[in-house]
Ligand binder design. Sequence first.
Ligand SMILES: CC(C)(COP(=O)(O)OP(=O)(O)OC[C@H]1O[C@@H](n2cnc3c(N)ncnc32)[C@H](O)[C@@H]1OP(=O)(O)O)[C@@H](O)C(=O)NCCC(=O)NCCSC(=O)Cc1ccccc1
Length: 153
Amino acid sequence: MSDVRNPPIAEVVNSALEQTIPVAHRMGVHAEEVRRGYAAATVPVEGNGNHFGVMYAGVLFTVGEILGGAIAVASFDTVRFYPLVKDLRIVFRKPATTAVRAQATLDDAEIDRIAAEAAANGKADFTLRAVLSDADGVIVAETEGLYQLRAHQ
Ligand SMILES: CC(C)(COP(=O)(O)OP(=O)(O)OC[C@H]1O[C@@H](n2cnc3c(N)ncnc32)[C@H](O)[C@@H]1OP(=O)(O)O)[C@@H](O)C(=O)NCCC(=O)NCCSC(=O)Cc1ccccc1
């Protein structure tokens, strides 16, 4: 249940995405569920194809990578800190011919470590792994990103 003053975090993320990363919004990347330690986002196949009729690699990269930002919004103090990505590896396991859903988790102990380290040092690195699945639940790609939570200057 939400109201205008207290929208669900996924709505906050979608609004922020539209404003701050419009290229991802234009792809149709949409945060579906976001809470402390968990983020899931989807992207449609329509408009996101490539030269041999499957989802373009950059679209898969984007829907996986964006979870680092979404999970940070729900898990950390974004008034003091912002997330960035330092490194991201992606494995393309199967061609994606349907909408794709990406999801990632961070456990409580890791969230606490990152928050404490960022508070003490002004920055904290963390690894986030995402799994990308098609409409039949087939894993089409996996990502492993090295992110940093960094204090605003
Ligand atoms: C900051 C760091 C990650 C290095 O960190 P560390 O290894 O811990 O090293 P250290 O802290 O020592 O800093 C080293 C040097 O960097 C300088 N510096 C710091 N900040 C700034 C600044 N703002 N502008 C200019 N310079 C800055 C800092 O002063 C220092 O300079 P110095 O050596 O003293 O002269 C750097 O490699 C970097 O900016 N890489 C590019 C990252 C990038 O562009 N990613 C893609 C965009 S994210 C995205 O789009 C996806 C996304 C969306 C939503 C949510 C999540 C993800």
